[in-house]
Design a protein around this ligand. Structure first.
Ligand SMILES: Nc1ncnc2c1ncn2[C@@H]1O[C@H](COP(=O)(O)OP(=O)(O)OP(=O)(O)O)[C@@H](O)[C@H]1O
Ligand SMILES: [Mg+2]
Length: 1045
């Protein structure tokens, strides 16, 4: 199958969009009839249907109306994947499908918050029930749900097999023909989830319970029970498997169906009943009733000699009574007698044979019909909205589904066909009104001039049937109520009298010769919108009367079976008031239905049956043409095309075709209408080809649209490239923006932090300055919180400054001025520092230097401020010796032996008398000193004996060693002159430990010469050093003045 393989190819991809369908239009026709160039031609229309049907494309649009052709085979186009394809996708953007219509309706309900309804019409076997089931399944699968709603969805789906088992039957037209009308409301809450449902049933074809045409069957449930019910069940119901044993099942002579298995369906129905919530007892009661109908059918009557009627099959009767839960004899009585009330008196009269049979059949029909209604009510209970939220929310909406029996023309048409066809007539009227009205409204709102299209208005037929007093229903009612003997023939006569001459009404009597030949005398013919139908009036009166013996009703009221007790109210048995006639009841329910449908936004599915043989791939053109005609599809198309073949909202049109014009691509920023106008100008649309409404563009010819579509197809690679580029650009821009944003965030965070830090620093600085100033003001106060910082700072900075400016030598007496508070500490530090410096200095001093220093210290103690030459000596080092070892005679050294010479110096010795000078060497040992004249030690001076050492206060080098005078051996004091007198005297006094024995004599020195004689040396200041003899034998030493400053 080409279609299937194509489907598999594209599985999962939404590819069969409008554009691709348009591209493939030559092969599979157009997917919307409005795109047909030759829209007036019925042949073109049918050819398009045929071509599509041949390709298994069973769905085609006429604008928003979906035309569906029954394929009579399973197409793989109803999977979950397919449902997903259609979910949320625009109606026109994908190939036509029942799911597209379902989804569109659902979305319209959600977005426009308006109740919707889907009207499915078509003749028997055209696929209405199948379509309604597909719609229901689509909602159950795709709508949002919760646990409760999931079971609700299940109940909605499961209601179908139950209703079909009890309300569908095999007919010549359809193996599963709906023999009742069904209108189902699915209620959705504000979130779009199904929360409840309600089914309204219309006129079940009850005649079928007791009679079937040749080749037809009774309702499925009878066969399902006999075939599927287990042995125990059948035994309990006293039933036999063979349907041929039951009079009510043999009339059509067609007990089995090749297309379906009753056994399997039995299981499905039983399961569905339990899912919906039927209890076991309830199921049992229903089955009792079904079985009782079969037994009732087998109840036979006999005619007595006096014409009285009696029951010949007692067992059957008793079985029936048992299953119906009623008293056997009461039932017998009710089936063979009737109760009459005449002049206030109750009378019982026996029924004749025909009347008894009729009463029996009436009971069977009534029992079955009422049980069916009870079933619908019971299903409604379980579908009822349970959610409190739904009742309280205003956002809830409804989608109604109408699947009603299709227009039917049988060999023998009776009251049921009359009702069915009347119903279809009414629906056609509704369709005409709504489609024309909505089309007209659209042109009006868009401000487009509207041309009226001629179409057949079936109001005339509706009136013929339903008009008060003059209509067929009124006449029938009148005839039923008329006192006296009423019969179907008198009804026909009345019709002829009243309606004779009506263009849509004919009878044998009224017809011309040709028609008369094919019409029987009991028939009247109606010229329906869908064709002519001859109705046989036989049974009209009885069926309209809903004739049921009063005593039968009374018996049924007392049934043990709760369902029957519910169906036959006690009041009904005793009520004298006539119940509403069947036709009136049906008419009223249709009026109500029309009201309901008018209040909702309608969508249409027009089902077409391709052949009468229920065969796949057979397209009977004559049959299809007939349906196209009576469904008014051509008119529908003409109306749709009257002005323009194609229309689209500006935004949708612009969105789709904007790549074809540089000004509108990639985006149009102005008004939508201007955008569309720019676009069509660019595309070169001629003026007569299109019109701009207020919100839509209307395109007159399909070829204009096709050309535009072709251009779009050719443009697609470019679009892809542009999209790619823009996407990449967008992606990079987005990336850049992201980075930029991040940078800005980081920057601002960083700047913020910096600013906060700076502000904090400033605050701290201000605080510091404040404290500093305050501290400065209070600086003279006691240490307190006001000045603590300042004072600490001053101290700290003093100490820091001090550290850098510490004196580096002991001689450096500079010291930074301390703040008043630190005076004491500063002095302390100064002392410490000084001590530290001294200590460091001392540690650095070498032993030789120490010796030198000690000598210098001693020199200072002796001579400082005493002798003129002292200051000059301070800077000169004291040498260890002024005579090298070689300068001292070896002999002298040998003489000294162990007493090592520690210091030697050349001196001039002045005689004590005459003061004659002699050059000598003065050598100091540890214990004595010797005066040496070259090789000879001239004098030894023991330190212990030394009495003193005298020096002048001037700058001369004279010194006198005072010797003890009591020792005669001594020659007296020694007068010596030396150039390094300070060095020599210091060393000598230290060696001799006679520091305190050194005298600095100002003016003159007295010395002992010998034996008590005394010499004097006078010292005067002069220009140069001179040692001369002075007056009175004194030695006069002139010492130069030394400038010490
Ligand atoms: N979409 C479909 N795919 C496959 N088979 C279908 C489809 N629609 C209908 N059929 C077949 O056609 C048969 C008749 O369809 P359906 O029962 O829906 O007709 P109907 O219009 O409800 O008739 P009636 O008025 O007698 O109830 C179905 O049993 C089924 O076999
Ligand atoms: Mg049906």
């Amino acid at each position: 199958m080409r279609y299937q393989s194509r489907q598999v190819d594209i599985e999962g991809r939404v590819r069969l969009g409008m554009e691709s369908a348009l591209t493939a239009r030559d092969r599979v026709g157009v997917q919307d009839f409005v795109l047909l160039e030759n829209y007036n031609s019925e042949a073109t229309f049918i050819e398009n249907l045929r071509r599509r049907f041949g390709e298994n494309l069973i769905y085609t649009y006429i604008g928003s109306v979906l035309v569906s052709v029954n394929p009579y085979k399973d197409l793989e186009i109803y999977s979950k994947t397919q449902m997903e394809r259609y979910r949320g996708v625009s109606f026109y953007e994908i190939s036509p499908h029942i799911y597209a219509l379902s989804d569109n309706t659902y979305r319209a309900m959600r977005t426009e918050r308006k109740d919707q309804c889907i009207l499915i019409s078509g003749e028997s076997g055209a696929g209405k029930t199948e379509a309604s089931k597909k719609i229901l399944l689509y909602y159950a699968v795709t709508c949002p749900t919760n646990d409760h709603m999931a079971t609700l969805g299940e109940c909605l789906l499961q209601s179908n097999p139950v209703l079909e088992a009890f309300g569908n039957a095999k007919t010549l037209k359809n193996d599963n023909s709906s023999r009742f009308g069904k209108y189902m409301d699915v209620q959705f809450d504000f979130r779009g989830a199904p929360v409840g449902g309600h089914i309204q049933n219309f006129l079940l074809e009850k005649t079928r319970v007791v009679h079937q045409n040749q080749g037809e069957r009774n309702f499925h449930i009878f066969y399902q029970l006999l075939d599927g019910g287990d042995d125990d069940l059948l035994k309990a119901l006293d039933l036999q498997r063979n349907p041929q044993n039951y009079n009510y099942l043999v009339k059509g002579n067609c007990p089995r169906l090749s297309s379906v298995s009753d056994k399997n369906n039995w299981k499905v129905v039983m399961k569905a009943l339990s899912v919906i919530g039927f209890t076991e007892e309830e199921v049992q009661r229903v089955l009792n009733i079904i079985a009782s109908v079969l037994h009732l059918g087998n109840t036979q009557f006999g005619e007595g000699e006096e014409g009285e009627t009696y029951i010949t099959s007692e067992t059957q009767l008793n079985l029936t009574a048992k299953l119906l839960g009623v008293d056997g004899s009461a039932l017998r009585e009710a089936l063979t007698h009737k109760k009459l009330t005449a002049k206030g008196e109750e009378m019982i009269s026996p029924l004749n044979f025909e009347q008894a049979v009729s009463a029996r059949d009436a009971l069977a029909k009534s029992v079955y019909g009422r049980t069916f209604t009870w079933l619908v009510q019971k299903i409604n209970q379980s579908l009822a909205v349970k959610d409190e939220l739904y009742h309280s929310s205003k956002g809830s909406s409804v989608i109604g589904l109408l699947d009603i029996y299709g227009f039917e023309v049988l060999q023998h048409n009776s009251f049921e066909q009359f009702c069915i066809n009347y119903c279809n007539e009414k629906l056609q009227q509704l369709f005409i009104e709504l489609t024309l009205r909505s089309e007209q409204e659209e042109y009006e709102t868009e401000g487009i001039a509207w041309e009226t299209v001629q179409y057949f208005d079936n109001k005339i037929i509706c009136d013929l049937i339903e008009e008060k007093h003059k209509g067929i229903i009124s006449i029938l009612n009148e005839e039923c109520l008329r006192p006296g003997e009423t019969c179907d023939v008198s009804f026909l006569e009345k019709l002829e009298d009243t309606l004779g001459g009506h263009p849509h009404f004919v009878t044998h009597k009224l017809a011309n010769g040709k028609t008369r030949r094919i019409m029987s005398r009991e028939e009247f013919r109606l010229l329906h919108y869908a064709g002519e139908v001859n109705y046989n009036v036989t049974g009209f009166i009885e069926k309209n009367n809903k004739w049921l013996n009063r005593n039968v009703k009374e018996v049924m009221c007392q049934s043990d079976n709760q369902i029957l007790r519910h169906c036959f109210r006690r009041k009904e048995g005793t009520d004298q008031k006539r119940p509403e006639m069947a036709a009136t009841q049906f008419k009223n329910s249709l009026m109500k239905l029309k009201e309901i449908l008018m209040s909702k936004e309608p969508s249409y599915v027009r089902c077409i049956k391709p052949n009468d043989a229920k065969q796949p791939e057979r397209f009977d053109e004559v049959l299809v043409r007939h349906q196209v005609k009576y469904l008014g599809l051509m008119e529908n198309l003409r109306v749709r095309r009257a002005g323009f073949a194609y229309r689209r909202r500006f935004e949708a049109f612009l969105q789709r075709y904007k790549p074809l014009c540089p000004e509108t691509w990639p985006n149009w920023h102005g008004r939508l209408a201007d955008g569309v106008s720019t676009l069509v100008n660019h595309l070169g649309y001629k003026e007569e080809e299109y019109k701009l409404g207020r919100s839509k563009i209307f395109i007159r010819f399909p070829k204009t649209l096709f050309a535009t579509e072709d251009a779009l197809e050719a443009k697609k690679p470019d679009i892809a490239l542009t999209l790619q580029t823009s996407w990449r650009g967008y992606r990079e821009r987005a990336k850049y923006q992201r980075i930029r944003k991040a940078v800005i965030v980081i920057q601002s965070a960083w700047r913020g932090m910096k600013a906060r830090r700076r502000a904090k620093r400033r605050r701290q600085a201000a605080e510091l300055i404040r404290r500093f100033i305050k501290g400065f003001i209070y600086r003279h106060e006691e240490y307190c919180s006001e000045n603590e910082y300042f004072l600490d700072h001053v101290r700290c900075s003093f100490l820091k400054n001090l550290r850098k400016n510490l004196p580096e030598s002991v001689l450096d007496k500079d010291w930074p001025t301390p703040p008043p508070l630190l005076t004491e500490a500063s002095e302390h530090l100064q002392r410490l520092h000084m001590r530290n410096m001294v200590m460091k200095y001392c540690r650095r001093v070498q032993p030789e230097w120490k010796k030198q220093m000690m000598q210098k210290v001693v020199a200072s103690e002796i001579f400082k401020d005493q002798k003129d030459s002292y200051p000059a000596s301070v800077g000169r080092l004291f040498l260890d010796t002024r005579l090298e070892r070689e300068q001292i005679n070896l002999k002298v050294i040998q003489t000294l032996g162990n007493d090592k010479v520690q210091y030697g110096i050349p001196v001039i010795k002045h005689d004590r008398r005459g003061f004659k000078p002699h050059h000598r060497q003065l050598l100091l040992t540890n214990t004595f000193a010797v005066l040496v004249d070259r090789t000879k030690i001239k004098q030894r001076i023991d330190y212990a004996a030394l009495r003193g050492i005298s020096v002048s206060s001037l700058s001369d080098g004279m010194f006198v060693l005072h010797m003890p005078n009591e020792d005669n051996k001594q020659k007296g004091d020694v007068v010596l002159h030396c150039n390094h007198v300070i060095e020599l005297v210091t060393k000598l006094s230290m060696m001799a430990s006679k520091v305190n024995y050194v005298n600095v004599c100002p003016g003159s020195i007295r010395f002992a010469v010998s034996r008590g004689k005394e010499g004097i040396i006078d010292f005067v200041r002069g220009s140069e050093l001179k040692v001369t003899k002075g007056k009175r034998g004194h030695l006069l030493v002139t010492a130069p003045q030394i400038n010490t400053t």
